[in-house]
Design a binder for this molecule. Structure first.
Ligand SMILES: Cc1ncc(C[n+]2csc(CCOP(=O)(O)OP(=O)(O)O)c2C)c(N)n1
Ligand SMILES: CC(=O)[C@@H](O)[C@H](O)COP(=O)(O)O
Ligand SMILES: [Mg+2]
Length: 640
């Protein structure tokens, strides 16, 4: 006799249409079951838990009230969309989350018709939603468009650009602000304080209450009119909400866990012929799971864990994380130089600046999810003689490219960029890959670009950035653990534009940039076993290039191969450009630049992704054989 299901109602829901005839009481039970399922699934896969737990009731209410997928539902960032995925035909695959061949950890168009827009980088939902709403109007369609955006994501400028445009158009668009009072980091900036004031304003609440009492017994049409009048009255009393000033009808704040509130209000909003409307819901990140509710980060991002205790799987405790090595190195530099300051865009723990902040609270700045502002804010600091370290993941730095060019590079300001998550990141997949920073920074005049091959190199490169005070500089390093290299007690700035040779040979030269060096050394061993004497060098700098080293390697070897954790247009391209300009190809040099393939690689472990990209030792050996015209087959390339 099999155990009775823990989720009898959820078992009946394969797509949202299956829940639309549920009563309010059944929807409440469904929400509880959905929360249980979400916790159980993420305990097995790891991933983003807190955000999804905070929107369980909201997810149920939205799919109950709106006719998804005809009504377009866009989740900002998308890390909170696991409950949404479970309700929209993907419960059977939810335990493949963020694994090779499995579900994405974010919304993804290719994955489901219920994901009308892919996400992962924050604050895009209102822009995309406005686009869909305008398209609907142009087509003469009638569907709703709903954007769910968090308070953190609401701190990015792009959200305001979109609201400004939507408000000016009086577009029929629904924005649900999911205000859980913090993102990964405690709330930053005036917005969070403003939202709190709105939520607790006694005048506001009294007005709302008056409004509610008044409208309780009126026909629905009056309800809307009265609601509007109350909003206006409140607006005058409170000087109008920011959202109303931007042309939105504001509704809230309401309890985002109370289906008795959510359902009628969302129905009203659905049926309103007006827009744009912003519904402000207040939720609790990690809601309904004790270990998440009591944890400082609300279990924002977790590894596999034990449901009963919340205890997360311990890492096997190898070499230190690169992020930690960076933080320790920067702290040591800052102890010597009080002009060093550090900036993060809402990722203090991800970048390690939470550690820096513990020692230097007045010299640490978390600007919210605002990378563009972070870069130009750092530029401003640099104009006044400070030494700003802007710690931004490679992928998120993409958002601030014009600020890097226009405000930093052209003005040759000594902003230092600590580019974490460089290269492939694993479970977060293509949206978070740090594939392009070498390409998009290396083409900028005045920049110094470095890539750390290990944690010792990273330590010295942080010191090098600290010492470069006449132009911008950047050091890139990957997500995850180092190699176990001995970290120097006293960091030494490197000679700018100089690489290093780790092994001398005379037939093949492997020139690595970044942490592919380990694979290059393994490849050299394999090549030597085939009688191919191989030099291995670490470029250290993509800009300025070590021209002497590059030209020597080209002159003294039959084959020169570069390898990097980045796209075409980066280090290998810079080397190719230099070789071409110096006629190094004229004598028949066999040159290959090994880069990431011209595709977005779906999630897997980083090692598996690099193997797929051909950027492991086996791929390097194969590339050398191909350059030599030898047939590199499985038996000739013995590497695992
Ligand atoms: C452009 C960008 N910068 C940084 C991040 C990293 N990030 C992911 S979720 C998150 C916090 C989002 O906060 P909020 O919108 O309030 O969502 P919550 O996690 O609270 O549900 C951040 C900073 C990102 N996804 N995109
Ligand atoms: C959702 C989001 O963008 C962040 O939470 C990101 O997933 C963090 O990445 P790391 O796990 O590499 O810090
Ligand atoms: Mg939040």
């Amino acid at each position: 006799m099999s155990e009775p299901s823990k989720t009898p109602l959820l078992d009946r829901v394969h797509i949202p249409a299956d829940l639309r005839n549920f009563s309010a009481e059944q929807l409440k039970q469904l929400a509880d079951e959905l929360r249980t399922e979400t916790i159980d699934a993420v305990a097995k896969t790891g991933g983003h838990l807190g955000a999804g737990l905070g929107v369980v009731e909201l997810t149920v209410a939205i799919h109950a009230v709106f006719d998804t997928p005809a009504d377009r539902l866009i989740w900002d960032v998308g890390h909170q969309a696991y409950p949404h995925k479970i309700l929209t035909g993907r419960r059977d695959r939810i335990r493949t989350l963020r694994q090779a061949g499995g579900l994405s950890g974010f919304t993804k168009r290719a994955e489901s018709e219920y994901d009308p827009f892919g996400a992962a980088h924050s604050s895009t939902s209102i822009s995309a939603g406005l686009g869909m709403a305008v398209a609907r109007d142009l087509k003469g369609d009638k569907n709703n468009v709903i954007c769910v955006i968090g308070d953190g994501a609401m701190s990015a400028g792009m959200a305001y650009e979109a609201m400004n445009n939507a408000g000016a158009r009086n577009e029929r668009l629904i924005v649900i602000l999911n205000d859980n009072d913090m993102s990964i980091a405690p709330p930053v900036g005036a917005m969070s304080a403003y939202l709190a004031r709105l939520g607790s304003g006694a005048t506001y609440l009294k007005l709302r209450d008056v409004g509610k009492q008044l409208t309780k017994h009126l026909p629905k049409s009056w309800d809307r009119a009265i609601t509007r009048a109350v909003e206006h009255a409140r607006g005058y009393v409170m000087g109008g909400t920011l959202f109303e000033e931007m042309g939105f009808y504001y509704c809230g704040p309401i309890d985002g866990h109370n289906l008795d509130h959510l359902l009628p209000i969302l129905r009203n909003v659905r049926d309103a012929e007006i827009g744009p409307i912003l519904v402000h819901v207040v939720t609790q990140k990690g809601k309904g799971y004790g270990p998440a509710e009591t944890s400082a980060d609300k279990y924002h991002g977790v590894v596999k864990f034990d449901v009963a205790t919340g205890a997360q799987a311990k890492s096997k405790g190898g070499a230190p994380q690169y992020t930690r090595v960076f933080a320790d190195a920067l702290i040591k530099e800052a102890r010597k130089d009080d002009k060093i300051v550090a900036i993060t865009a809402a990722m203090p723990s991800g970048t390690g600046l939470d550690l820096f902040q513990q020692e230097f609270p007045a010299r640490t700045f978390d600007v919210g999810i605002a990378e563009q502002h972070a870069v130009t804010f750092a530029a401003g600091l640099a104009t006044e003689g400070f030494k700003p370290f802007c710690a931004i993941y490679s992928t998120f730095l993409q958002r601030a490219y014009d600020q890097v060019v226009h405000d930093v590079a052209i003005q040759k300001l000594p902003v230092r960029f600590a580019i974490d998550r460089a290269g492939l990141v694993g479970a977060d997949g293509p949206t978070h890959a740090g594939a392009f920073d070498t390409a998009f920074l290396g083409c900028l005049p005045n920049f110094v670009l470095m890539a750390a091959a290990d944690e010792a190199e990273l330590t010295n490169m942080v010191a090098t950035c600290a010492a470069i005070d006449d132009r911008p500089s950047a050091v890139r390093y990957p997500r995850g653990e180092g190699t176990g290299a001995i970290i120097p007690a006293a960091a030494m700035p490197l000679e700018i534009g100089k690489g290093r040779v780790l092994r001398e040979g005379h037939k093949v030269a492997l020139l690595s940039y970044g942490t592919r060096l380990g694979e290059a050394l393994k490849a050299a061993d394999e090549l030597a076993a085939h009688g191919l004497s191989t030099t291995v060098a670490d470029a250290r700098f993509a800009k300025p290039l070590d021209l002497d080293l590059v030209l020597r390697l080209a002159r003294e070897h039959e084959v020169l191969v570069t390898v990097e954790e980045g796209s075409v247009g980066g280090f290998g391209s810079f080397v190719m450009q230099a070789l071409a300009e110096h006629g190094a190809f004229d004598a028949g040099l066999k040159f290959r630049a090994m880069v990431l393939p011209d595709v977005f690689i779906d999630q897997d472990t980083p090692a598996a992704m690099y193997a797929l990209a051909g950027l492991d030792a086996k791929g390097i050996v194969t590339k050398v054989f191909e350059a030599l015209g030898k047939d590199a087959t499985a038996e000739t390339v013995k590497l695992a």
